[in-house]
Design a protein around this ligand. Structure first.
Ligand code: FAD
Ligand code: NAG
Ligand code: NAG
Length: 554
């Protein structure tokens, strides 16, 4: 019987895991190496080794109704895309509301997690921790949830370029992990390498301080803003069950053609030097509101990949050289490592993670360990990690069963192969998931997948919102295990919480948006018609007059 569960890390994933363990009657014991919760979202003025680190201006790229925990909507006065400081407040609210802090041991770093000597019988784990005084402790747990994050090991791909950057280049260089604000770049000439979400953000921000900013990219990217139609949050409009069906069942070329047309309509990706080789939906889109504008304003100059570093300059692959470069900022991503786990447990030949459904090491005799939160999606991560926790805990307690080792390895290989069509690098391919499908898969295992047919028959209003509306996390609290009484209401009121922060300067409602029956024009029109039928054509059509007068005054 699994009872005591170790949770390693108290970031977003760790908090969700603690809460779910408590919900399911287990005893979580969380070890957090820092002195606070929040992980990535807990902004620090300087980065700390082996922890994720963010820049001061970071604003979420997923909107509040999509990225909240499924039974704890964000306050309605939160803006739709929140600054990192506000998100941190939300995680504090969550931890307080569900009394999670009492399960967390701060300043306790986990240094190793290994199978206990009697693992084959007990399925237990030995967890070694070290506290701030350097005292080591050994603990035995029935199960372990690893939540230590995967934006911790910055990758500097220096060997990809000619010229020894460290010895020859006389400017400064750093990884986006080290970047906090643009102060150091005022009046400087800067090259940003890499066009991921961080690369885009940093290029825009630095270009507002620097004299000249270059953004060098090997691949390019499809860029999309946070605003979708009518300025509504992109993910709420885009991530719906209906759209998911469309994307799955229409030919990919057609869908890509439509999406690319729309993106090029906003800014011609070829003209702007952004156009990548891949099709728009093959990879995650780059979410950035200002990048095309900064190119248009000349503050930011697009460049191909770097070929060589020189003493004070950089040579690009098209042969052009930029001299007097003061700084190079590498936004070249991270490698996911879990230093305290035996690597054989979860790593493949290329250092890629081998996990069944991005969660379970497939070779364990007892499925009593899960690695939460190491994945990439075209959607918000928080609801995913929460669902992973719900599933993992069910597997720990034997309420949900994993397939055989062979079957799991087969699934892992098949998914990685299919992802490699879009992401040729095995390490990247191993962590990609499709948001709605992955959530639904896990929800089914947990017994919390919304029952669409039943919903259609019993609650058609809600059904419409679930199918055509945004696939918000509350959908996974409607039925079955972990049901939350507030879920239906949360879905019906989700757009209300989106609109609320906009109501800071009320604009008189234009008549057209009022129900048409109340509009003065309609009433006048109705009255005229009534008058006409009642008094002018009464003899021809007596019944019509009663009908019209009813509707005109409803
Ligand atoms: C710049 C950036 C922007 C992002 N923006 C978004 C976004 O807008 N929307 C979105 O959905 N996702 C976003 N993400 C993804 C983000 O990683 C996840 O949303 C989420 O915050 C990850 O949380 P986590 O708890 O898994 O990891 P982390 O936040 O990294 O937390 C891990 C915790 O574990 C602790 N820890 C680590 N090792 C040990 C150890 N050995 N012993 C004890 N404790 C340990 C750390 O101190 C830390 O507190 C972004 C990521 C980055 C890098
Ligand atoms: C948001 O940014 C982070 C950090 O770059 C990235 O990992 C994540 O995939 C992005 N989310 C979306 C929906 O693009
Ligand atoms: C009130 C508020 O913060 N609204 C924001 C919603 O999202 C759009 C797109 O990012 C912003 O432009 C608005 O400022």
């Amino acid at each position: 019987m699994v009872q005591r569960v170790a949770v390693v890390g108290a970031g977003v994933s760790g908090l969700a895991c603690i809460k779910i363990c408590v919900d399911e009657g287990l005893e979580p014991v969380c070890f957090e190496s820092s002195d606070d919760i929040g992980g990535l979202w807990n902004f620090k003025d300087s980065p700390e080794p082996q922890r994720s680190s963010i820049y001061r201006s970071l604003v979420a790229n997923t909107s509040k109704e999509m990225m909240c925990f499924s039974d704890f909507p964000m306050p309605d006065d939160y803006p739709n895309y929140t600054h990192n400081s506000l998100l941190m407040k939300y995680y504090r609210l969550y931890a307080e509301h569900f009394h999670l802090l009492r399960f967390i041991n701060f300043l306790m770093k986990v240094t190793s997690v290994t199978q206990s000597p009697d693992f084959s019988q007990s399925g237990q784990w030995e967890v070694v921790t070290i506290n701030k005084n350097g005292d080591e402790e050994r603990h035995i747990f029935d199960a372990v949830l690893v939540c230590s994050g995967h934006f911790t090991q910055p990758v500097l791909p220096l060997s990809d370029f000619k010229g020894n950057l460290i010895d020859t280049f006389c400017g400064t260089f750093l990884h986006s992990w080290d970047y906090k604000n643009p102060d150091a770049y005022r009046g400087k000439k800067v090259v940003i390498v890499g066009i991921g979400n961080s690369g885009g953000d940093l290029a825009v921000e630095i270009s507002r301080s620097a004299e000249k900013t270059f953004l060098s990219t090997r691949e390019g990217a499809w860029v999309i803003g946070r605003k979708s139609r009518n300025g509504l949050p992109l993910d709420m409009v885009g991530i719906t069950r209906f759209n998911n069906l469309l994307i799955k069942h229409f030919p990919g070329t057609l869908v890509n053609w439509v999406v690319e047309g729309a993106l090029n309509n906003k800014c011609d990706h070829k003209l702007y030097g952004l156009k990548p080789k891949h099709r728009a939906l093959d990879k995650r889109l780059l979410i950035n509101d200002d990048l095309p504008d900064r190119i248009l304003q000349g503050g930011l100059v697009m460049k191909p990949n770097i070929r060589e570093f020189k003493t004070s300059g950089v040579v690009f692959e098209d042969g052009t050289t930029e001299e007097d470069i003061d700084a190079i900022v590498f936004c070249t991503g991270y490698s996911a490592t879990i230093p305290f786990l035996p690597s054989a447990l979860s790593e493949g030949a290329y250092g890629e993670l081998i996990l069944y459904k991005k969660l379970f090491p497939p070779t364990l005799q007892h499925p009593t360990l899960a690695i939460v939160g190491i994945l990439q999606a075209k959607g918000p991560i928080m609801p995913i990690v929460e669902m992973q926790a719900r599933w993992a805990v069910k597997v720990f307690s034997g309420l949900s069963r994993l397939p055989s080792k062979e079957k799991m390895l087969g699934v892992i290989e098949a998914e990685r192969k299919s992802n490699m069509q879009s992401y040729p690098c095995p390490r990247q391919a191993a962590v990609q998931v499709d948001y709605v499908s992955y959530m639904d898969f896990m929800a089914k295992e947990v017994g919390a997948k919304p029952r669409l047919l039943r919903l259609l028959l019993t609650d058609p209003v809600l059904w419409t919102k679930v199918v055509f509306g945004p696939c918000t996390p509350y959908q996974y609290r409607l039925t079955g295990s972990g049901q939350w009484a507030g879920a239906r209401r949360a879905i019906l009121t989700q757009w209300g919480r989106v609109y609320k922060p906009f109501r800071t300067r009320m604009v008189a409602e234009p008549a057209a948006t009022k129900p048409i029956l109340f509009s003065p024009w309609f009433i006048t029109f109705g009255a005229t018609m009534v008058f006409y039928f009642a008094f002018v054509t009464k003899q021809h059509c007596p019944n019509m007059s009663t009908f019209l007068s009813d509707s005109g005054h409803q």
